[in-house]
Design a binder for this molecule. Structure first.
Ligand code: ATP
Ligand code: MG
Length: 366
């Protein structure tokens, strides 16, 4: 899939801009705070309805403006397609159009423009907190499986309500009566999430192991394992069984949840771990090993999406190349010889031989 152009109006620090892109490498260069990441974010948002730095679409609207528009032409699924979003600064529902026809949710444009973002924080994702790893996985699965996002939103909504019940029941003990209802629903939707994640991690681990093998010259054996609630020994089990196991885990933590007034069990605590030749990266990995494995994971995500949809997702590298040493840079650059890539960099000239260079200054394209 190729993003041919984009038009932004009142998006972040862009007042009005139109940019045409190369089907290969697009290098976005400019000083700090000029709008490079904002443009990458806009590309990712156009295809997914999700911005990687915020949950609130009002933040994407230029300060002082009432609404923002993003529009782009994409060549994918063997035809030219147009995507358009209108976002409002007030709490008004956002609007989405595909080829001029109004659509309800991002699931309705699933597969038109898929992106894989790689930013410097991702380089340490295997060392830092579990929430960053969950975000990485959720982001990928949302794009791969249109129904996953609805389940995830539903799960988070119930979770928030349950948290509120646990906190407010001190003042209002009657709230405890409705808790079982929320727990049941949480297990139902949670089981679905686990089922999707199990399949995703299996594929991701398989692809990443391939990349890591060639990356490390066959020296290190990469293995990824998905960690969910302890009562689930087989996350590939039928969803109905997963639901029972989640319920069991919840029941055994009932007291602890009341005492701590927090939801302690469920897939919102999920994680994954990577081992290299049997040794956990999180606990023992060197900086270089952790970074190399992170590169393998990102490239794997792209391959996995390509295998699923038959189209190469657009790769967004935000400042990541300059964070890598020359041998790792070369590895990435060799792997991205196919497909469309956007690379941001503050250092003009460094990667300019790669493709089209787009200079960005104060929310304008020079
Ligand atoms: P760096 O090289 O430091 O990463 P960058 O070019 O990637 O810089 P961006 O993250 O794209 O910079 O941000 C550019 C500017 O956009 C920031 O100064 C930020 O304050 C501004 N900005 C962010 N959101 C909005 C908004 N809603 N309205 C107006 N300006 C905004
Ligand atoms: Mg930036």
């Amino acid at each position: 899939m190729i993003l041919e152009n984009i038009r932004l109006e009142n998006y972040r620090n862009y007042t009005e801009v139109f940019a045409e892109f190369d089907p290969g490498v697009n290098l976005l260069v400019g000083q700090n705070a000029q709008g490079k990441t904002n443009l990458l974010e806009a590309v990712a948002f156009l295809g997914s309805g999700r911005a990687f730095r915020t949950q609130k679409s009002a933040e994407l609207v230029k300060f002082g403006a009432d609404f923002a528009q993003l529009e782009g032409n994409v060549f994918s699924q063997e035809r030219q397609q147009n995507l358009k979003w209108v976002l409002f600064s007030a709490s008004r529902p956002r609007q989405l159009y595909r080829n001029g026809a109004k659509k309800k949710t991002a699931a309705d444009i699933s597969g038109v423009l898929q992106t894989v973002l790689f930013c410097p924080e991702d380089l340490m994702v295997l060392k830092t907190g579990a929430s960053a790893r969950r975000r990485l996985a959720d982001n990928a699965i949302c794009q791969l499986r249109p129904n996953y996002e609805a389940a995830l939103l539903e799960y988070n909504r119930i979770l928030e309500q349950k948290n509120r019940i646990l906190k407010d029941r001190h003042e209002n003990p009657a709230l405890l009566e409705i808790l079982p209802e929320y727990n049941a629903r949480l297990c139902q939707v949670g089981a679905l999430l686990i089922s999707y994640r199990a399949r995703f991690f299996e594929g991701l681990g398989r692809e990443a192991a391939e990349f890591h093998k060639s990356f490390s010259g066959g020296k290190e054996d990469f293995s990824l394992s998905y960690k969910t609630v302890s009562t689930i020994s087989d996350p590939f089990a039928p969803v109905i069984l997963l639901e029972q196991k989640l319920q069991e885990h919840l029941e055994s933590h009932y007291r602890a949840e009341l005492e701590s007034s927090a939801c302690l069990t469920g897939p919102h605590k999920d994680d994954f771990d990577v081992t290299l030749s049997g040794i956990s990266l999180k606990a023992f990995g060197s900086q270089g090993q952790v970074r190399t494995a992170a590169v393998s994971l990102k490239l794997a995500q792209r391959t996995l999406m390509e295998k699923e949809s038959g189209e190469i997702p657009v790769l967004l590298l935000d400042d990541v190349l300059s964070e890598l040493d020359p041998s790792r840079q070369d590895f990435v650059l060799n792997q991205i010889s196919r497909g469309q890539v956007f690379i941001t960099s503050c250092e003009p000239g460094r990667f300019t031989k790669l493709g089209k260079t787009i200079e960005i200054e104060q929310g304008a394209i020079l």
